[in-house]
Design a protein around this ligand. Structure first.
Ligand SMILES: *Cc1c(COP(=O)(O)O)cnc(C)c1O
Length: 382
């Protein structure tokens, strides 16, 4: 079955009452039939029916053996990082989500976890950064906010040779557009807050693993730590997933229109969107994914122009986050990536002229009109 069909059918036929919408089991504990017997549920941290439907659903969507739902994307990532111990080393995408950088650099570093940040769009740099104590490669594909693309097949092979894990944060593409486990990754992680739930109304994180043995370890940590997704939020995430394919199809179409329009605009100095044929990642992402995503980053000539654009947009909201049905715009250097050293940020290209759009499902003409009134008038400065 295709991912669009699997997503719509999540939970259908799973409840004894025949409920089309799988119920919210708002419940902490479960009565035991007798000593030594269980209905399959004992206590909701260990397992909850609504959460299970979501966890099985995402596992099926990604072609993995087991899925896990967490209270947020960061809770999911924290859980994965706890697979490692003091003295272990990770190779990590350099321009990754600011919160992931922060938890590795400021929280897990204190526990003795080491990390090297590299441009993972160059597989050779990944290979060079692997050391004796390296335990995993953590990739974001495409990266945030520069939308660079790592070759998951190639890096997965390198990692397998060295017997280390390949973990892919697939938040930007979702299983509808890319299935990292099919490409050779061992683990996929999501901020389901973004495209997966899709409505800017819930925080959630998901993990899918390819092998049962790793699944047991992740489950042990999920149950030990307890940062699980509550039943109500599981239900919202399931409901979001049902419309994943139609939302994303529309978002892809809008993103392409906007990226092409921006690349022709005299007030815009640079556009980052892998869907543009001129983008350095176009070919590689085309081989790995069924679509290029709905994130578009662009540069204007000066910081004050970027500030002006943020002030002038009306339909597009100046807000953090991404992936929802409403279009949003952010200023990465001052928001999502504020925890990085300014010089380091600048070197990578996350400068004070770079804006990032998360393209929603509004009418493309209305979005272009909003951008036009916000950007126009600055052409002379370019
Ligand atoms: C938002 C995001 C996260 C963190 O997820 P939360 O749900 O906000 O905790 C991790 N990775 C990426 C790529 C993200 O966009």
């Amino acid at each position: 079955m295709k991912t669009s069909t699997i997503a719509v059918q999540i939970g259908v036929g799973k409840d004894a009452t025949g409920a089309m919408s799988f119920p919210i089991y708002q419940n902490a504990t479960f009565r035991h039939p007798a000593l030594g017997q269980s209905t399959g549920y004992d206590y909701s941290r260990s397992g909850n029916p609504t959460r299970r439907v979501l966890e099985e659903g995402i596992a099926q969507l990604d072609g993995g053996v087991r899925g896990f739902a967490y209270a947020s994307g960061m809770a999911a990532i924290a859980n994965l990082l706890l697979l490692f111990k003091q003295g272990d080393h990770l190779v990590v995408t350099e321009d990754l989500y600011g919160g992931t950088f922060r938890i590795i650099d400021k929280v897990f570093a204190r526990q003795g976890l080491e990390a090297t940040y590299v441009d993972t769009s160059d597989a050779n740099r990944v290979a060079e950064a692997i050391r004796e104590n390296t335990r995993a490669v953590l990739l974001e594909v495409p990266t945030n906010p520069l939308l660079k693309v790592a070759d998951i097949r190639k890096i997965g092979d390198i990692a397998k040779d060295r017997r280390i894990l390949t973990i892919v944060d697939n938040t930007f593409l979702t299983p509808y557009l890319m299935r990292p486990l099919d490409l050779g990754a061992d683990v996929v992680v999501y901020s389901a807050t973004k495209f997966i739930s899709g409505h800017n109304d819930v925080l959630a994180g998901l993990v899918v693993v390819k092998e049962e043995e790793l699944g047991k370890q992740v489950y042990f940590l999920q149950n030990s730590i307890g940062a699980v997704l509550g039943p109500q939020d599981c239900w919202l995430t399931i409901r979001g997933l049902k419309t994943l394919s139609v939302r994303i199809d529309r978002q892809l179409e809008n993103a392409k229109t906007i990226a092409e329009w921006l690349s022709r605009h005299a007030g815009v100095t640079r556009v980052y969107y892998p869907g543009l044929e001129t983008d350095p990642s176009h070919r590689l992402l085309g081989e790995q994914a069924r679509g290029f995503g709905a994130m578009v980053s662009f540069e204007v000539a000066e910081k004050r122009i970027a500030e002006e654009v943020l002030r002038k947009v009306k339909l597009i909201s100046f807000a953090e986050s991404l992936g929802g049905v409403e279009s949003l715009i952010t200023f990465p250097a001052f928001q999502t990536h504020a925890d990085m050293e300014p010089a380091e940020r600048e070197r990578m290209g996350i400068n004070d002229r770079l804006l990032r759009l998360s393209v929603g499902i509004e009418d493309a003409g209305d979005l272009l009109a909003d951008l036009e009134q916000a950007i126009s008038g600055w052409e002379a400065n370019v």
